[in-house]
Design a protein around this ligand. Structure first.
Ligand code: IMP
Ligand code: MG
Length: 182
């Protein structure tokens, strides 16, 4: 029996279970522990979507590290500058540090490209991306994630931090939209 949930006007069916997520998150943490041992590491989790993933990932990180939470905020600049993106919440000095961006999902890759552009101005020694989910067929960005939990098809997903119109973030596994039979 596949568990089905309703979020607002859409039905979703269970896609990645809590156990599958847990196993994968522990494996990602182990790879990071091995790759970054002895480095000065700062995890930067992108809110809102990554809050649950970041929390579980950090429980299995054993290397000395810092974590900070950021948000991307877009605001309208002058007519000549158009929309300007800004990072809010970053108060760590990244000079010479190894930065690991923690994302919930990379879809087109546009968001991560913008975050990368803003973070490279902070003087980090290296910036890597760890994303729980990745949609390879939707991706048209520059920065393919270095650490990927699950590569998935283009279907819309919710749960484990991911939202559908801000709802469904609390679900403890990942659900995929049910194709409507019309
Ligand atoms: P990108 O800029 O296209 O890579 O999109 C990244 C953002 O879009 C993610 O951080 C999510 O907030 C949102 N997003 C993309 N795909 C999904 C999805 O399937 N479910 C929920 N949010 C998504
Ligand atoms: Mg996001």
């Amino acid at each position: 029996m596949i568990t089905v949930v309703q979020v607002l006007d859409k039905s979703f069916e269970e896609f990645i279970t809590r156990d599958e997520i847990q196993t994968e998150v522990e494996s990602l943490a182990e790879q990071i522990n091995n790759d970054f041992i002895g480095k000065e590491v700062v995890f930067i989790a992108v809110l809102n979507g990554s809050f649950m993933f970041a929390s579980d990932l950090m429980k299995s990180i054993s290397i000395e590290s810092e974590i900070s939470f950021i948000k991307m905020s877009s605001y309208s600049g002058t007519s000549t500058t158009g929309t300007v993106n800004k990072l809010i919440g970053l108060n760590n000095d990244l000079t010479g540090k190894s930065v690991i961006i923690v994302e919930d999902i990379i879809d087109t890759g546009i968001t991560i490209d913008e975050i990368m552009a803003l973070l490279t101005m902070e003087g980090a020694k290296e910036v890597k991306v760890c994303s729980l989910l990745y949609k390879p067929t939707a991706f048209k960005g520059t920065y393919k994630p270095d650490y990927i939990g699950f590569s998935i098809s283009n279907a819309f997903v919710v749960g484990y931090g991911l939202d559908y119109n801000e709802k469904g973030r609390n679900l403890d596994s990942i659900f995929k939209i049910k194709e409507s039979k019309t």
